[in-house]
Structure formats: structure tokens, C-alpha cells
Write a protein that binds this ligand. Sequence first.
Ligand SMILES: NC(=O)c1ccc[n+]([C@@H]2O[C@H](COP(=O)([O-])OP(=O)(O)OC[C@H]3O[C@@H](n4cnc5c(N)ncnc54)[C@H](OP(=O)(O)O)[C@@H]3O)[C@@H](O)[C@H]2O)c1
Length: 439
Amino acid sequence: MAIGIGLLGLGTVGAGVAGILASPEGRHPLVAELALRRVAVRDLSRTRPVTLDPKLLSTDPEAVVDDPAVEIVVEVMGGLEPARSLILRAIAAGKPVVTANKAVIARYGEEIAAAAAEKGVYVLIEAAVGGGIPIIEPLKQSLGGNRIQRVSGIINGTTNYILTRMAEEGAAYADVLADAQRLGYAEADPAADVEGGDAADKIAILAGLAYGGPVPRSGIATEGIDRLDARDVAYAAQLGYVVKLLAVAQRVELPAPAAAPGGTVHLDVRVHPTLLPRHHPLAGVNGVNNAILVEGDPVGQVMFFGPGAGAGPTASAVVADILNIAGIRRVGGAEAGLDPLLAASSWSRCALVDGSLTCHRNYVRFQTRDEAGVIGRIGTCFGAKGVSIQSIVQLEGKDSAAEIVVITHEVQEARFREALAAIEALGEVSMVAACLRTL
Ligand SMILES: NC(=O)c1ccc[n+]([C@@H]2O[C@H](COP(=O)([O-])OP(=O)(O)OC[C@H]3O[C@@H](n4cnc5c(N)ncnc54)[C@H](OP(=O)(O)O)[C@@H]3O)[C@@H](O)[C@H]2O)c1
């Protein structure tokens, strides 16, 4: 007996999934046991990259979820609603769900996981982060014996494409974005990508899995690449760094008085353009590729690399999830309860730390008057706040202006900000033109 699949959405990812289901030859034999029963779309008249029996298509996604022939619901329609309600509807009907929807999972993951646990059904999300890269299942299963210290990644292909071209061509952000839109690498409305929201959704999901508890999406400090100046990409290169939009979730050990009681994991979770030393494992990840670096005890560093989006890669991850559920069905495992390593289990409480308490290195570019002694006075302001400087260089400015670039050693954010305020108050410093985190 085939296992009935209901597809919510037949766009980029949905058509990729339908394509795999329609051509099982050479794949795992379970693929041949999956049968597409119903497909929800918005527009029945749209031309699709896959040919399906028109009788399968419907503009009523609830009817697809409710259809008794549909045993596994695959949500690849995107957006928050009706996607969230349809996922909950499927769970309420006792149907397992596979979704690629990071926006829904990052915001409503806790609600969805609770509903799924109560009903004893799986909600699998491999495609929600990193497209074709297996990262969700490794975090849940293969790395389960580790104490995770840090998860950091390049998890937005559009911004990585833009940054790669800015670095290679010295091109301005706006010019590369326009070109990326023309070539189909960036959406007409690129806000979710370039402002960092998409990466924040994904790191919220990864952090929740790595540290065993939901991470409040709204508390994630997020800065995109939309205000990045090509000069800083070029200066970073001169100093031996590359600029990447990094999403980071890191365990923080707080001093006793600041630590909340009982089993809470304190996390620093953020998304921002970051200077990576040229030899860093993530520094060579270019173009639309994604990579996630997991650092754990005792495994050390493990990096996952590959295509972070696109019909084929994302469908590969969706179908892997469908096969996991189908495999459990085939051995009658559904009745045995949920496998805690496959289900979204939660075993700790995650709290985000106050960003001003976190410590990191910084790159700062000042615009100053081109006169003797400015570097010394900037150095004195940093020194007065205990900020130690790794390098300070003066670069050519225009007319009587100079540009001074500083890279600091690791310093607490609050102290760094106090030093910046003191420097901005110096008469010969006209502005802090850029400030970027540095690994
Ligand atoms: N594209 C990627 O590379 C990628 C990678 C990873 C994750 N994802 C995630 O995968 C999901 C789908 O992305 P996508 O790129 O495939 O989107 P898409 O190309 O825009 O496709 C969305 C599909 O859903 C259908 N749809 C939307 N709202 C609907 C509604 N209310 N009722 C019925 N059908 C509806 C659309 O119907 P019509 O075709 O009739 O308009 C379309 O077929 C999103 O959550 C996205 O974040 C995408």
C-alpha cells in the first residue's frame, strides 16, 4: 500500500518534491511507495515545471489536509498564515507534517511542537535551514552526545552571493543587489534576506535544537548587509579578513549573580556582518552556498556545507523527512510513540543574554581630520575604557579627511560603546563611519 502525500504548495520547492516523487528510479525504494494524492495551489491556471494530473490540484488547502487519502502533509506554501493553521490542522487530525517554512517554525515552533507531542505525530523541518544541507537531523541525532558550545553559519545564500561579489569586484552593495535581482538570486523585495531576518529565523531554529529549548525569535539582535559600505569590505581584505553575514548562537557562562537559577542555558544569539580571518573555515564559503559550523564537546569543529536553496536541494531535504516518517510507518513504529531523537524534544530553558554583557572583537572605521596626533588620542580613549587594540591603521581619505581603522581585541560590548562615545566627542573625529563584529 502506497503512503499518501498531500502537498501544500507547488512553487519552487513543491515542484521539486513532486519531481522526485514522480521519478523514483535509482533512489531509495521507499520513494516508490510515496503517492502524491492532492496538491494545493493558489492559481490553477499557472504553468508548472512538473506535469501532474489536473484532478490532483485544488485551491482549497484545508481540503488537502482533511483528505483521508493524505497521510503525510507537506507544507511548502510559505508565509505565516494560513501555513501555521494548516500545520496545526494536520497535527490535530493525527497526520505527520513536513515543512520547509522557517518563518513559521521560528515563530510558532513551540506551539507546533507542543501540539505534535500531544498528538504523538512528527513535524520534521530539515528543509527549513540550509536548503539541501543536512543540519537539522545531525543536530538532533548525530551530535546528540555533545555539549554544543557554538553554532555559527552562513545561512542566507542571497546575502552571501552579494558579499562574494562585493569582495571579488569591489562593487557597491546597491549595484550587486540590482544585478542579483536581475539574475534571480534575490527577490524583488529583498528585505527578509538583506536585513538579516531570514538568517535570524534560521539561527533561532538551530539554537533551539542545539541547546534543547525554544529561543525567543524577537530577542535575536539582527543587523543585515543593507548598510554595508564597499570600502569596509575592501579594508577588511587589506587587513586579512573577509566580510560574511554570520548567524551565531553561542553558550555564555555568566558570573553567578547574573545567572538565573536552575538549568537555564544562557545564549548569545545574533546575526550581523562579521569580519572572518581569511583562514577561518567559513571564510571560503562563497556565492549562494551555505555552511554551518558546529563546535561541540567532545567532537570539536564540524562543518556542513552545500547549496542553501533552490528547487532540487530543498526538495532533497523535504523528501528525506518524508522518507523518515514513511520508514517508521513501514515498521509499524508510529504506535510505539515518538522517537525523542527525531521529534523536536525540549530538555532545557534557553535565555538570551543582554548584548551589552557579551564580549567580542570589533572593526571600527572613523572619519577624522587629517592631522597629527589623532591616532594617539583615539588610542587613549580606548585605553581609558580598558579596550585593547590589535591594530590601528590610517587609510587615505579625501581632501583634508583621514580614515582610521581599528581592530580591537575581545572586549565587553558595554565598555566598547563607552569608548566609542568618548571618541565621537573628540573634535577631530567627524564620525564613526562603520562598526562591525570580528571573529
Ligand atoms: N525556494 C527555496 O529555495 C527555499 C529554500 C528553503 C526553504 N524554502 C521555504 O519553502 C517554502 C516554499 O518556498 P517556495 O520558494 O517554493 O515558494 P513559492 O515558489 O512562492 O511557492 C509557493 C506555493 O504555494 C502556493 N500557495 C501559496 N499560498 C497558498 C494558499 N493560500 N493556498 C494554496 N496555495 C498557496 C503557491 O500557489 P501558486 O503557485 O498557485 O501561486 C505556490 O505553488 C517557504 O516556506 C520557503 O521559505 C524555500
